[in-house]
Design a protein around this ligand. Sequence first.
Ligand code: ARG
Length: 460
Amino acid sequence: MTKKLWSGRFQKETDALTDDFNSSISFDKRLYRQDIRGSIAHAKMLGKQKIIAQEDADLIVKTLEEILTDIQNNKIQFSETMEDIHMNIESILIDRIGNVGKELHTGRSRNDQVATDVHLYIKDICLLVIDDIKSLISTLLDLSAQHTETIVPGYTHLQRAQPITFAHQLLAYVEMFKRDIKRFRQVYEMADALPLGAGALATTTYPLDRYYVAKELDFSNIYLNSLDAVSDRDFCIDFLEASSVVMMHLSRFSEEVVLWCTSEFHFITLDDAFSTGSSIMPQKKNPDIAELVRGKTGRTYGDLISLLTTMKGIPLAYNKDMQEDKEPIFDAFDTIEICLKTFTKMIATITVNKDAMYQAAAHGFANATDAADWLVKHGIPFRDAHGIVGELVYDCIQKGKSLDTLSIEEYKQINPIFDESIYEAIDLHNCVSQRKIVGGPAKTTVERAIAINKGLLKKL
Ligand code: ARG
């Protein structure tokens, strides 16, 4: 059995169950790049500060680079006895260069080492997630540009409310995803501080140059308090919170996709490549992707709650509980990545059934507010206008008509003030094009919003 790096004060081997229970290598091996990057920066600093000989530092750096290549080429088998990624890599280093390798851990603890790895990792994945969200936004902007005149009912309470365009609806999601990018940028900033140098909890007596290490590792800041440096996992919670919010947005969107492709709505048709069938019902074409995205939102919330709960009772400074930070982060990252990528492709390939959208807008009194507004323009106070149109709607329902198929005599029976110009006011295209103030669904306004967002996308 391989000797543990900390075995000096122990008289007995650890039990196999202890090894199994304690070890994290099965999942934290994902941190190998960040671990090696951190160790290289630490070794360079030890050499520069003459804490170890420069030639030893050079050999350590060169060997760590070789180990990195070997891991990438699948040439390395990690060992569970070595507990975690940090001790696995250190022991491989010592196997390769003997005593010189043993100098790497000078002035460092696994506590500030793991914290550094996780900070680097969160920064890396924030950038990947931001790229995925940008692709989704870009897809939505392209789709919006094709539907600035596609009329669809806007809903409140899932009841047809007022006519808008499909582009306008899609752009609402663009706004949510823009906020998500902002949120992941903030997480990046929260993770942008170097813990290394904090040691186990109380720094070290060696003259470490933490500013040099921060520069080598692209950190803009350094933790000012060593206890906080090794025990802060706020930035991980921030990542899981941002992940939960982007999943919540995707889940709401998914719910709409599921509704839109029912026979009852029939607003969109999913591409065959992004839907699935039933094992028993030959006619079925199911929106499984949207449903799975909606379903996986729950597990991301679980990841957030899991880490919040892990952290709530931990005294300063490092405690082993904190090894439980990694799996939720990995799980949330894997989940949002696959969800964002798949959802983007699914939405890019939908067929929009413009006629079904128009018919839904035409038959649900979505223009009733515009009829009331016509009355207001003809001198009736809004509250009275609301009542008059309510009577019109009731009349239509009795007769199986809509506001545009009601004759002018029928209008006049409810109130003599009506004239032919009411038909123009309740024409769905006019209802939309008249809503042209900033934020509205009119074609010109939406085109401006698309252009603004396309410009912003380059800077996000
Ligand atoms: N695998 C550990 C973790 O993920 C590394 C730090 C262990 N430190 C210690 N003193 N046991 O948290």
